[in-house]
Design a protein around this ligand. Structure first.
Ligand code: NAD
Length: 251
């Protein structure tokens, strides 16, 4: 029996990287996946790949930092299915740079996608999660919520806020049988990290601090997302699951 058979899922930022992996893994477990991304062509491509291997997917162009896009996204899902069983807040970005030189515009852009977008999706998705009767919200945070690293300070601040938000939402949504958890990946090679990880010094520094001595794969993260979304995690809410090869366990 597939673990998400018949469920309706929506994954933001699933045109590429970790989000695409989560969308594919949810579809492989039987869910109909709504693939939402600011890059509509990328969303189409993920949906096509899912359908090609026998899954069910619908693509949508959505910028989570725009209220009207999020409203339209949930309206479309409401019209098609009337509920969401699995909602994954994955869209995120970083603008690298020394904190002291960061422009207001860069800070606002990081915050409005990584935090405001997550807030908006979690809030406006409530009615559809409630309609499920067994809704699950997964917020993709980062182990960088617990660590400082040069040029990542604004990013880490937003991810720390996502962890705090997750706990508050777990409390507020529990009466509606909606579980809310955070997934905290370690370092995974995607468009987000490629430049940093291709720097030999940074690569070595990070690998030396990863107990399992390798970076994560998109599949490593997607498997954990499916676990949190599935009934295997039926008694887990308000938790943070680190998928980081042990990076946050050691010194
Ligand atoms: P990525 O850049 O490969 O993919 C991000 C996706 O989100 C892209 O398809 C992009 O088009 C989309 N996106 C960006 N802004 C958007 C917006 N405003 N609205 C909708 N979609 C938008 O990055 P990734 O590494 O796959 O990251 C996915 C999530 O995982 C992010 O929240 C990121 O912070 C988190 N994360 C990544 C790592 C890592 O090592 N890669 C580690 C920890 C946490």
């Amino acid at each position: 029996m597939k673990r998400l058979e018949g469920r309706i899922a929506l994954v933001t930022g699933s045109g590429g990287g970790i989000g695409r992996g989560i969308a594919q893994a949810c579809a492989a477990e039987g869910a109909h996946v709504h693939v939402a991304d600011i890059d509509g062509a990328a969303a189409e491509s993920t949906a096509e790949q899912i359908v090609k291997v026998g899954g069910a997917a619908t693509a949508m162009a959505v910028d989570v930092s725009r209220g009207q896009d999020v409203t339209a996204m949930f309206r479309a899902v409401a019209a098609a299915h009337g509920r969401i069983d699995v909602l994954v807040n994955n869209a995120g970005l970083n603008v690298r740079g020394d904190f002291r030189h960061m422009s207001d515009a860069d800070w606002v852009r990081i915050r409005e996608v990584n935090l405001d977008g997550v807030v908006r999706v979690a809030r406006d998705g409530f009615d559809l999660l409630k309609a499920s009767g067994r809704g699950v919200l997964v917020n993709v945070a980062s182990i960088m919520a617990h660590r400082g690293l040069r040029q990542l300070t604004a990013y880490t601040a937003t991810k720390g806020a996502v962890l705090a938000l997750t706990k508050g939402l777990a409390v507020e949504y529990a009466p509606y049988n909606i579980r809310v958890n955070a997934l905290a990946p370690g370092f995974v090679e995607t468009a987000l990290t490629r430049r940093a990880l291709s720097n030999p010094g940074i690569n070595k520094f990070l690998l030396e601090r990863t107990l399992l001595r390798r970076f994560g794969t998109v599949e490593d993260i997607a498997k954990a997302a499916v676990f949190l979304a599935s009934d295997d995690a039926a008694y887990i809410t308000g938790a943070e699951l680190a998928v980081d090869g042990g990076m946050t366990a050691g010194l």
